[in-house]
Design a binder for this molecule. Structure first.
Ligand SMILES: [Zn+2]
Length: 497
C-alpha cells in the first residue's frame, strides 16, 4: 500500500467521457498517419544507436545472414554466429541501469539527509506553500534525481504528491520509476494503488498484467494475474453502470461490424470483453479494407504468430493474423490477439526474424490489453466525432474514423517499452535473432531519412532513435542472442522481392 492516501473519492469517468468531444476537429486524413506503433515521440535529441550507422541492409548483408542460417539449421550455432558477426556490427556498450536499492542504510549521508528532512517535514505538516516546497518536495526531488536507484525515494515522492492532491504529478513520478524498474514490486504496487485511487481501474489492470506476463517466473506473477483480472472486472462494472446511468456510449454510436446483426453499439462491444471486442472490430476492418488472401503468405505469418503467441501466456485469446493491402509500412494489434500487417511493412522486411520481431511486439500490445484500452479511447472519440460531424452536416464513415484513431494515435512511451520488453523476451525464447525488431526500426528510420523534406507521411513522424537505443539496451542487459535464426531464405520464398 502507498504510505499516504487522502481519501478523496473522485469520479473522473464522466469527465473523461465528456472531454473526448474536444478531440474532434482534426481532418479526415485517414491514411496519412499510420506509423503509430513504430514511432515513439522523442522529446530530446538522442544518440543514434551506433550499430545502425554502420549497418547496410544490402544484398550482401542478407546473403551473409542466409549463409549463417544454413549452419544454424545444421545445429552449428557457433559457426552461424561467426558468420553473422561479419555483417552485424557490435552494439555500443550501454550503461546498464544500476540495480535497485531498497534500503536507506545503503546510501550516503547526503541521501539520508534528503530523506530525513522530507519525512520529518511531512510529519510536521507545514502550512505554507513555501515551506512545503522547501522542506518536502525539494529534498525529495533531489533524492530521486541524484539517487535514482533508491526505490523508496520514488515511492515517497509519488505518495507525497498524492498527499497534496497532485494526481498528475503522482502518476507521472511513479510511471517514470516503473519504466526504470519495471520489475520492482514496491513501485508496481504503488502505481496500482494510485491508479485505483484515481478511478483508473483499466490502467491498474494493465499495470498488473504487464508484470504478470513479462515476469512469468516471478513468485508474484500469479497474484498479479489475479489482480489484473479483478481490476478488469471492476472496470467493466463501472463502465456498465456508467452506460446505464448516463446513456453515454449507449445512445450515440453504432458501429457497423460486418456481423449478421449489422450493428453493434460501441459500449456493448467494450463490455463484451477483449476477445469479443477484438473479434467484432477485426470484422469491421476486414469488411472495409482490401484484404490479402494469399494463403501461403497468411499461413506463414500465422504459423510464426501462433508460435510466438504461445509463449506470451494468454491462452484465452484466439490469435489471428491478417494482411491488408496498403503500401504504408505499418502493423497494428486489436484486442484479443488480432494482428494486422500492411503489405508495405512486409515489403520492408527481409527475414523471418524481422517479421517475428514486429509480430512479437504487436502481439504483446494485445496481450497486455493496450489495444483494448486504445480501442475504447478511439471508439469513444469516434462517437463524439460522428455526432459532431452529423450536426455539422458532414457525414464521415464512423469506421473510418475509428480506424484512423486506432492507427494514428501512438501508445504512450511506457506502453511501447512494455511491449518491447515482453516482445523481445518472446522473440529470444523462440530462437530468433533478438535484433529482428531493432533492424526493422533501423530500416524505418532509414526510410524516414530518405523521405525527409518530401511531403510524405513519414517525414511528419518523430524519429525512432529512442526506441532503437532502448531495444539495444534491452538486448544487451538481458543477454538476448542477436545471432539466432534469421530465416532470410524462408522469408524470401514467401515474400519475394
Ligand atoms: Zn507499439
Amino acid at each position: 500500500m502507498s504510505i499516504f492516501h487522502k481519501a478523496i473519492a473522485k469520479n473522473k469517468l464522466v469527465l473523461l467521457f465528456l472531454s473526448l468531444t474536444i478531440v474532434i476537429s482534426s481532418n479526415a486524413a485517414v491514411h496519412s498517419k499510420t506509423l503509430d506503433s513504430f514511432f515513439t515521440k522523442s522529446s530530446s535529441s538522442l544518440v543514434v544507436a551506433q550499430a545502425f550507422n554502420q549497418t547496410n541492409f544490402n544484398a550482401n548483408y542478407y546473403n551473409t545472414l542466409a549463409e549463417a542460417d544454413r549452419f544454424y539449421k545444421k545445429g552449428n550455432l557457433s559457426q552461424s554466429r561467426q558468420i553473422q558477426q561479419r555483417v552485424k556490427i557490435d552494439f555500443s556498450t550501454v550503461q546498464p541501469t544500476p540495480p535497485a536499492i531498497n534500503n536507506l542504510s545503503q546510501l550516503d549521508n547526503k541521501a539520508k539527509r534528503y530523506w530525513n528532512t522530507a519525512t520529518q517535514a511531512i510529519k510536521d505538516d507545514p502550512q505554507t506553500e513555501e515551506e512545503i516546497t522547501n522542506r518536502i518536495f525539494t529534498p525529495l526531488e533531489n533524492l530521486v534525481k541524484e539517487y535514482p536507484a533508491f526505490v523508496p525515494g520514488h515511492v515517497l515522492l509519488a505518495d507525497t504528491h498524492d498527499l497534496y492532491s497532485e494526481e498528475k504529478k503522482a502518476l507521472s513520478v511513479i510511471e517514470k520509476a516503473a519504466q526504470l524498474y519495471p520489475d520492482s514490486k514496491e513501485i508496481i504496487d504503488t502505481q496500482i494503488d494510485l491508479l485505483l485511487l484515481y478511478g483508473k481501474t483499466l490502467e491498474a489492470s494493465i499495470t498488473a498484467r504487464e508484470f504478470a506476463q513479462t515476469y512469468p517466473n516471478s513468485p508474484h506473477s500469479a497474484a498479479y494475474k489475479k489482480e489484473a483480472n479483478l481490476h478488469f472486472e471492476q472496470y467493466q462494472k463501472n463502465l456498465k453502470s456508467k452506460i446505464a446511468v448516463s446513456g453515454i456510449l449507449g445512445g450515440i454510436g453504432q458501429v457497423a461490424t460486418g456481423n449478421e446483426g449489422g450493428a453493434l453499439q460501441i459500449g456493448q462491444m467494450l463490455l463484451a470483453g477483449e476477445k469479443s471486442a477484438g473479434q467484432s472490430f477485426a470484422q469491421s476492418i476486414k469488411a472495409q479494407s482490401n484484404m490479402v488472401s494469399n494463403s501461403t503468405q497468411l499461413k506463414y505469418i500465422n504459423d510464426i504468430g501462433q508460435k510466438l503467441a504461445q509463449l506470451m501466456g494468454r491462452d484465452e485469446f484466439e490469435y489471428e493474423f491478417y494482411i491488408v493491402e496498403d503500401s504504408t509500412p505499418n502493423a497494428f494489434a486489436l484486442p484479443g490477439g488480432k494482428i494486422f500487417f500492411h503489405t508495405g511493412m512486409l515489403q520492408l522486411m527481409d527475414s523471418e526474424a524481422e517479421l517475428a520481431g514486429v509480430l512479437a511486439h504487436e502481439i504483446a500490445h494485445s496481450v497486455l490489453s493496450h489495444s483494448y484500452k486504445r480501442l475504447g479511447e478511439s471508439a469513444l472519440t469516434a462517437t463524439a466525432t460522428n455526432l459532431i460531424s452529423s450536426i455539422a452536416g458532414r457525414e464521415v464513415g464512423i469506421i473510418a474514423r475509428i480506424g484512423d484513431g486506432l492507427l494514428s494515435r501512438k501508445f504512450s512511451r511506457g506502453k511501447e517499452k512494455q511491449s518491447d520488453i515482453l516482445g523481445l523476451r518472446v522473440l529470444d525464447a523462440a530462437g530468433y535473432s533478438a535484433d529482428g525488431l531493432y533492424n526493422v526500426m533501423a530500416k524505418l528510420k532509414k526510410l524516414q531519412g530518405e523521405s525527409r523534406g518530401a511531403t510524405t507521411l513519414l517525414s511528419s513522424h518523430p524519429a525512432p532513435e529512442e526506441r532503437m537505443r532502448y531495444l539495444e539496451e534491452l538486448i544487451q542487459t538481458k543477454g538476448y542472442n542477436r545471432y539466432g535464426y534469421e530465416g532470410v531464405e524462408a522469408y524470401r520464398a514467401v515474400f519475394p522481392r
